[in-house]
Design a protein around this ligand. Structure first.
Ligand code: 2P0
Length: 360
């Protein structure tokens, strides 16, 4: 793909001031992204469910300024100034400046909040970076003479979000998004996420994700460090091939609604992700004892009842419990009575598959 298509060529400096607001959801990967090349290019394709309840709402006010040599912005989380967010946003602005030539012409006031608790161990980088990328695209739209198509708008927003945080490029649309080129997924790209373009079985509609908050503390190893440890990792090549094969296989599963195969693929992906962490050098473990307690309880309950409950994991100790709408009553009862006791302060979040970002 020719990236020059994402340049903002007709930009002319104006005195526009304004405010834009977007709400963008989090997402949970079924086939995981773990390992990247330079410029935020993933080593393997990934696919995720877009979430619904877990989201970030970001408002960006832009005002023209005279000095256009540096970036100028302030960030507020829940109305409180967050200078510790500045380096990440500065890096993001540097990476995307070539595509958004207006960034140094304005002072930006970025006000953001998450619907999920701040220290819940749920990464806000996916929803946060996609909400910010969408706000910046809305500003481009206001400043541009060209008539930006909806497809261009979303694709470029996803392209920008990726440069903020890889998984953020999967947080713009729903309900399933693929990121990373894969020969069997039409339109898939290493540069942005695309809506999964094929038939999806009824059973996946309204799929539930109950997030069990096992550990709400800061992770000892950030995802960026974890990704980098895949360079020279002894099992990296095989892992990247496995992810490619799993994308091929999930296509058939999504079409037929074969939940047994879905469960095997999704749980294997989660455990492989953590196996990669445990076999990195230096090695690390993000799961906690209660993560394993929950996994074992889920397996025992599934064996006993035959119900299609399964788990997946992000880069942390929290457990995402996935199950279809049709069995949700009985499975939710099991979660409340048998699993919530393993959560830190009994905290969990009821989420489900969602349909993407919204302009407010
Ligand atoms: C994913 N994760 O596919 C995988 C699975 C976590 C586990 O993408 O360095 O925050 O900002 O590109 O996207 C988390 O990594 O990393 C992640 P950067 P990101 O969702």
């Amino acid at each position: 793909m020719n990236l020059s298509g994402f340049l903002f060529n007709n930009y002319k400096k104006t005195n526009n001031n304004g405010v834009v607001t977007w709400s963008s959801p989090s997402n949970i990967a079924l086939v995981k992204y773990w390992g990247k090349k330079e410029h935020q290019i993933p080593e393997n394709p990934s696919i995720s469910f877009t979430l619904d309840a877990c989201k970030t709402i970001t408002e960006v006010t832009f005002e023209t300024k005279t000095n256009n040599e540096t970036f100028s912005f302030e960030v507020f989380l829940d109305e409180k100034a967050k200078p510790d967010f500045h380096p990440k946003i500065e890096t993001f602005f540097k990476r995307i400046e070539a595509y958004l030539p207006f960034l140094k012409d304005f002072h930006f006031t970025i006000k953001t909040r998450n619907t999920f608790p701040h220290s819940s161990g749920i990464a806000s980088s996916a929803s946060g970076m996609s909400a910010l990328a969408l706000c910046l695209m809305s500003i481009e739209k206001e400043l541009s003479d060209a008539n930006l198509t909806e497809e261009y708008f979303i694709q470029k927003a996803s392209f920008l979000a990726r440069l903020g945080s890889g998984s953020a490029c999967r947080s713009l649309e729903g309900d399933l998004v693929v990121w990373g080129h894969h020969p069997a997924i039409k339109g898939s790209s290493d540069y942005f996420g695309v809506k999964y373009p094929y038939q999806v079985h009824e059973v996946f509609k309204n799929y539930h994700d109950t997030i069990l908050l096992v550990d709400k503390g800061e992770k000892q190893v950030s995802s960026t460090v974890g990704h980098n440890l895949m360079h020279g990792h002894p099992f990296a090549k095989q892992r990247f091939k496995q992810a490619v094969d799993n994308i091929t296989n999930i296509k058939e599963i999504l079409k037929t609604g074969n939940l047994e195969a879905f469960i095997a693929l999704v749980e294997s992906e989660a455990l492989t992700l953590h196996a990669m962490m445990m076999t990195s050098m230096p090695y690390f473990i993000l799961m906690k004892p209660n993560t394993l307690e929950i996994i074992n309880k889920i397996w025992a309950f599934r064996k006993e009842t035959g119900l299609p409950i399964c788990f997946t994991l992000d880069a942390g100790a929290n457990v995402h419990v996935l199950y279809p709408q049709k069995d949700s009553e009985i499975i939710y009862e099991f979660i409340k009575t048998q699993l919530v006791g393993y959560c830190q302060n009994g905290h969990y979040i009821c989420d489900r598959i969602g349909f993407g970002a919204k302009q407010l």
